[in-house]
Write a protein that binds this ligand. Structure first.
Ligand code: M6R
Length: 614
């Protein structure tokens, strides 16, 4: 959450900063700001709300800022202090000679604020970031060297931070550092680009350096000096970024979310490519380092994740337990990290994360790694901090996901769990070979089934129109599709702000049924298989309380027409694979409802794509 950018070089800086912030807008959009350096002057411009507001502010100053070639920028998701202009970054020290942008949370900011106030610093904002500006400036006053001041200052900071700093005494220099927050430096010819994430630099350069925790880099147009926390000079490790700028276009769709939903058949083909050649051959997961002995020795698997990734993990538990004969627990990372977990070298810990940046999941992964567990990471960002902790890795290759509401990454995570479950079953010999072959055949057919659903989007639009005026929405399912119900409800609530909840259908009668009346839509995920009849009974119970009944089903049963007011049909599918297919209409339903309600689909209020704070 929050995105930072910086540039030092020979080009006019403002457009580069604004373009970079635009690419990082998924990280937060409460407010934004930039600071630019002229020969003898530093100027700060800020605006509340979306980036467009900052652009409007800058239009009024375009002449005076056009000559600047060095600058920093920030897009904010508020943690400390309301999303006002005052609290927007960049922040300055008391004399205004030092400016800073920050992503993360400085946990000991209260103590530091008291200490610095006693030393005479005057605080203007409610942010934790401002203390970093005062702290670095006060050390700079003593040591007269910006890099050294930053190095000494971060020794006093607890928490997570990526910082980019400029000082008026330096004509064209940026100093950057990080701990538990992402930061990379894009390397051009006589220019450097700083950013929280690849999309902000990729159109300028493919060469980059990722900073490790507590490293500090000083950048001028002609030089980069990298040091560690003890001041030792380091050799920068330069990487080539495996990204293409074209991935960030909406490609004619109205929203990124709709584009990403429509990409899903290809996302599945992409992830299966090279891993599942034919049903007769074993699954190939090159970066998974689990041999027969390690698997036999395991006594449990723990899967940790947040949000949508947590729902993929729930389906993952079901699959691994079905095929691999091993107990699996699934837990929200934020719950896992503040209790005593029974985790050791016989535990396989699987971290699931689209971004690979989620702070709670990173902490959970680090904790279990310290206890000796094998760490397997399933992520869309093999270049992320989480991936760097992995003993085994499954890159889901969904391509960059811009919409804050996760869609294609969820599907890619689900497919990864099928591959992993079949892979482990093959190594362990825990499932009959013929059954596994038929499973692999079915897996390969999934893209076509999703294409059929996408082709019937109008029917889902019709449903959205009928139900968009509701205040609440209930999704019910059983078995492996409980994950689908929870994910469908999460999609609806996060982009339409309708109070949508997913329930295990059998639990309805233990409380939630009290909410049902003729105003409440209940969407039943009714898939033929071991819980079909049970779910039908649960749907009857809801109907008897006058709920507005919707079915999402692969059944052609005539009697459903009496029970349900609206039926969304999906293609013929085995129950075990149904989560992959059933979630697509629910993504579309959420999308069209939000569209009818005129909501900001790609950037819903209060959310950010990467949640880098605990
Ligand atoms: O990047 P991650 O998968 O770790 O993110 C986890 C959640 O923050 C994320 O899934 C969030 O719930 C999305 N907004 C869901 O659409």
């Amino acid at each position: 959450m929050c995105g930072i950018v910086g540039y030092v070089g020979y080009k006019p800086v403002v457009d580069i900063l604004i373009d970079g912030l635009e690419q990082l807008e998924y990280r937060g959009y409460d407010s934004s700001g930039i600071a630019v350096k002229f020969d003898a002057d530093l100027k700060v411009y800020k605006a509340e709300g979306k980036l467009q507001n900052l652009k409007d502010v800058l239009k009024q100053h375009s002449k005076e800022i056009s000559a600047a070639k060095t600058g920093i920028g920030h897009i904010r998701w508020a943690t400390h202090g309301a999303p006002t202009v005052l609290n927007a970054h960049p922040h300055t020290c008391s004399c205004g000679n030092l400016v800073i942008v920050h992503n993360g949370i400085i946990e000991n900011f209260k103590e530091l604020r008291e200490k610095l106030t006693k030393q005479g610093c005057v605080f203007k904002t409610q942010t934790d970031t401002e203390i970093a500006a005062h702290l670095i400036a006060s050390i700079y006053a003593r040591v007269k060297d910006l890099t050294e001041a930053v190095r000494l200052a971060i020794k006093e900071l607890d928490g997570a931070f990526a910082l980019c700093v400029m000082h008026n005494d330096y004509k064209d220099t940026l100093v950057v550092t990080k701990r538990n927050a992402p930061l990379l430096v894009g390397i051009g010819e006589d220019e450097f680009f700083v950013a929280s994430d690849v999309p902000a630099v990729i159109k300028h350069t493919k060469k980059a350096m990722y900073l490790n925790d507590n490293q500090i880099a000083a950048l001028t147009p002609k030089s980069m000096q990298l040091i560690d926390e003890n001041g030792n000079v380091l050799e920068p490790k330069i990487e080539v970024l495996p990204w293409e700028p074209v991935a960030l276009s909406k490609m004619g769709y109205k929203h990124f979310m709709l584009k990403e939903i429509n990409e899903q058949p290809d996302v599945i083909r992409n992830i299966l490519f090279g891993k599942l050649h034919t049903p007769l051959e074993p699954i190939v997961l090159d970066e998974v380092k689990l041999d027969r002995k390690t698997l036999k020795d395991l006594n449990r698997i723990q899967i940790i994740a947040c949000g949508t990734s947590l729902h993929a993990a729930m389906a993952g538990k079901y699959l691994i337990e079905s095929f691999c004969d091993i107990a699996v627990d699934v837990e929200a990372s934020s719950e896992y990290i503040y209790r005593k977990t029974v985790t050791d070298s016989k535990t396989l810990v699987i971290g699931v994360s689209q971004s690979g940046e989620t702070a709670d999941t990173i902490t959970a992964v680090k904790q279990s790694k310290a206890k000796g567990s094998h760490i397997l990471i399933i992520t869309n960002r093999p270049d992320s901090a989480m991936a760097r902790e992995a003993d085994s890795l499954i890159p889901v290759n969904a391509g960059i996901e811009v919409s804050v509401a996760a869609t294609k990454s969820y599907l890619a995570q689900l497919i990864s769990f099928y591959l992993l479950a079949f892979y482990m079953a093959e190594i362990k010999g825990s499932t009959d070979k013929a059954l596994l072959q038929s499973m692999k055949t079915e897996l390969m057919l999934l893209p076509q089934k999703i294409e059929q659903i996408l082709a019937s989007a109008d029917k889902i639009k019709e449903c959205a129109k009928l139900y968009s005026n509701t205040r609440d929405f209930i999704y019910i399912a059983r078995g492996i599709n409980l994950a689908t119900a929870l994910e469908g409800a999460l999609k609806l609530k996060e982009i339409s702000y309708i109070n949508a909840t997913g329930y295990a259908a059998g639990e309805l009668k233990h409380g939630p049924i009290a909410m049902l009346d003729e105003t409440m839509p209940v969407l039943s995920i009714l898939i033929k298989g071991c819980v079909y009849e049970k779910l039908l009974s649960n749907s009857e119970e809801a109907k008897a309380r006058n709920a507005r009944m919707i079915a999402l089903t692969n059944s052609k049963d005539e009697k459903l027409n009496d029970l349900f007011d609206f039926i969304i049909r999906i293609p013929e599918i085995q129950e075990i694979f149904s989560p992959v297919v059933a979630i697509v209409p629910l993504q579309l339903l959420a999308y069209y409802i939000a569209e009818f309600l005129g909501k900001d689909v790609d950037q819903p209020r209060n959310l950010a794509k990467s949640v880098t704070v605990e």
